[in-house]
Design a protein around this ligand. Sequence first.
Ligand code: UT7
Length: 318
Amino acid sequence: MRIIGTGSARPSLTVTNAMLEKFLDTSDEWIVTRTGIHERRVISSERLEDLAAAAAMRAMENAGVTSGQIDFIICSNVVNEYVTPGLGCVIQGMIGATCPTIDINCACTGFIYALDMAEAYLATKDMNNILIVCAEEPARMMNWKDRSSCILFGDAAGAVVVTKGDDLKAIRLSTHCKVEALYQKRRLQPTPFVTKEETDTDGVVMNGQDVFKLAVSSSIRDIDKVLTKAGMTADEIDLYVLHQANVRIIESIRHFVNQDRSKFPFNLDKYGNTSSASIPALLDDLNRANKLKTGEMLLLSAFGAGFTTGACILRWSK
Ligand code: UT7
């Protein structure tokens, strides 16, 4: 496959660390030194589907394809206001496409999983253009009294259009069940028949230190494996486009591959962790700023609840 267009959309409201200081026992200094995040965008008046459709339209425009030329939509999403139908169906209607859609929930790793699915579909089915939309509102999952988690996240949508091609040089996905590291439970509708005890959590429950360690160790392992698979060295990668969760996680990975900081683009200072939207939205920022050159090798790597992880090496040829 080959990426031929990128798009993104973010909520209008910027929430700075100083704004968080007003209702949380935290400080700009703590958040910046421990995470690298200065501000994030948080949904206020927008609907997530508006952001998703806007990102999709921008990606299609960038790719030079119309909604009628999209053969399949893969939507990566953890939570949105609809329990059913899938968000992909809603997006399909909003952008005027007529193709089948599927939603996946692989948490922050969703974009890499979606790329893998797109590669398989393009290789085995009669499809030319696949739209991947990652639309996330993690801010709506947080307990905004929990200072160790709510400060990390922001809302966003990122999208790409992929077509047949030979740019995906290696990809690796993994899941290691470790629910307790990062999860949220909700209580379902009661019935006259349920006898088991059910609980819901007050927003996301996260063991930050466990996630941090898992994130670094799994990313290092994935990066090592995809480099070997592609027969490449870390030096041959032009840009490491990593999941934007914490600048200290990115730094730890950078030390492992021993590469210059300039190879690690980031925007988490402005947007925080936007779950699966983080990599496609960063790709779009880079693409629109003309920072991606044809022939460059990108290494994408992400991790998230599950624990899911994934990495791939992609030639940029847009
Ligand atoms: O896509 C995956 C999503 N999740 C992640 O990426 C999370 C990965 N983990 C992390 O990024 C880091 O573990 C955190 C940023 C969540 C926490 O940083 P840390 O360096 O691991 O801090 P810590 O949990 O060891 O906490 C150190 C101290 C604690 O106080 P005491 O017990 O030492 O007195 C916390 O209560 O910092 C305190 N603390 C805060 N203080 C001010 C925790 N959150 C805050 C806060 N402001 N927002």
